[in-house]
Design a protein around this ligand. Structure first.
Ligand code: BGC
Length: 447
């Protein structure tokens, strides 16, 4: 439950990362995509990333320094299985050793098996729209399960499958660069089946693991509130984008309708009740407008409250955070983990307020009954932001991309204070005032 100002004692604060965006020196479908000049700035390369592969222990310590007790990272499939059926023992041992050290340092690992990237062979040999993809992912997940043995890690099988689907199979702007509605529908069904297969493998090796997915959720609003067709596409988008995949993993049936593009209704064997928690990635709200040609939906970010769009161009809309949490609570009745939430704030000045506004909404949703267990900030440090390359800065820590030095942004201090005291206070208040607020709410709780 909660009182709206205090996080429960067992609430987890952590950070989230993804292998390709930070580790460096990875050859996979994304590095090929970059070489083909497909990023917004065709000269950008992920390359050495922020060298997290070599600075892992240092970065875990940075997370600890801001009061984190959980760290979400992903395993890079291309490192583990560089050629189909050939598993790299060194990479496997390295991942296991890192996770063991993290655990010893008092940080609970939250491990993503698939965060957008694939080994280079995957799309050529067993792409998602082919049934063989499911068994190939099962075999990879079996190896991941060996890496996770005895660690009691939380597992996210897939990060944002709908983003992969729309970007990779409908719009063709990220790998595998396909624009084919029929293949897209086959692919999303197989991804749901691959989740089920991975879950079986993990439970076999690591009984009792908590397994889920990370769902990117957007608040959708009609661009013209009075227009029936804007309202209709808004309803469709909300159901399809936010819910279809999660319903497949709770009800065992995948239903998706994308007008003018594709639709599907598929049974997902073993899909019913196949997640133990709902992972939500929340960033923003989008306004949708009906357009008279496929895909019939145009979207844009509007600065409705005049807070200023974030640097990447998204609306800063904390109110939507509680809405999405409560919607997930009402729809699935499962424990909720915020597996990502963050802001591209290139000057580092807006982030403390962003955290305050979003935490306030999170606590309000908990007060109204949502069962939220943890909050993982995206991201620990600045990193390689996919199509946007080296522009955006989501990090609690600023990274000098030349020297790779990590430097705390003002949000580090605030994050740490809240994570350690569990009391929310307004960071715009002066130090003295914020101290007084902490004391005041402590007294209020005691009383
Ligand atoms: C993804 C991250 C990404 C972040 C910011 C999420 O959709 O999971 O990989 O960096 O958003 O765009």
């Amino acid at each position: 439950m909660g009182d709206g100002t205090t996080f429960p004692g067992d609430f987890t604060f952590g950070v989230a990362t993804a292998a390709y965006q930070v580790e460096g020196h990875i050859e996979n479908d994304w590095s090929e995509w970059e070489r083909a000049g497909k990023l917004k700035d065709p000269n950008h390369r992920c390359g050495r990333g922020v060298d997290h592969w070599n600075l892992f222990d240092h970065d875990v310590k940075l997370a600890k320094d801001v009061g984190c007790t959980a760290f979400r990272l992903s395993l890079e499939w291309a490192r583990i299985e560089p050629a189909r059926g050939r598993f790299d023992e060194e990479a496997i041992a390295a991942y296991r050793a890192r996770l063991l050290r993290m655990k010893e340092a008092g940080i609970a690992p939250v491990v993503t098996l698939h965060h957008f990237t694939h080994p280079s062979w995957f799309h050529r040999e067993t792409p998602w729209h082919e049934p063989s993809s499911v068994e190939v992912f099962r075999r990879y997940a079996k190896v991941c399960a060996q890496i996770l043995r005895g660690l009691d890690a939380m597992v996210v099988t897939f990060n944002e499958p709908m983003v992969l689907l729309l970007g990779g199979y409908i719009q063709g702007v990220i790998p595998p660069g396909i624009t084919d509605g029929k293949k897209a529908m086959a692919a999303i069904g197989n991804i749901a089946r691959a989740h089920v297969a991975a879950r079986e493998e993990i439970l076999e090796e690591c009984a009792g693991s908590r397994i889920g997915t990370s769902q990117n959720v957007l608040v959708f609003r009609p661009d013209r509130w009075w227009h029936p067709l804007d309202r209709a596409v808004t309803r469709l988008a909300s159901e399809g984008y936010n819910h279809a995949f999660l319903r497949a993993l709770t009800e065992g049936e995948l239903r998706l309708f994308m007008p003018g593009l594709a639709s599907t209704k598929q049974t997902i064997d073993g899909g019913r009740d196949s997640i133990d928690f709902v992972g939500l990635n929340y960033y923003t709200r989008a306004h949708l407008k009906f357009i008279p040609r496929p895909p019939f939906i145009a979207f844009r970010y509007r600065d409705v409250h005049k807070r200023g769009l974030t640097h990447i161009g998204w609306e800063d809309y904390p109110e939507g955070f509680s809405q999405m949490i409560e919607e997930a609570h009402a729809s699935y009745g499962k424990p909720i983990w915020i597996t990502e939430n963050g802001i591209d704030d290139r000057l580092g000045t807006r982030r403390p307020k962003f955290l305050y506004d979003h935490w306030k909404q999170l606590l309000a949703a908990m007060k109204r009954g949502a069962d939220v267990r943890g909050y993982l900030y995206w991201s620990l440090m600045d990193n390689f932001e996919w199509l946007d390359g080296w522009g955006p800065r989501f990090g609690l820590y600023y990274v000098d991309f030349d020297s790779l030095e990590r430097r705390p942004t003002p949000a580090c201090h605030y994050f740490r204070q809240v994570a350690l005291t569990r009391r929310l206070f307004d960071p715009s208040a002066t130090e003295a005032e914020s101290g007084a607020q902490v004391a005041h709410s402590a007294l209020a709780t005691a009383g």
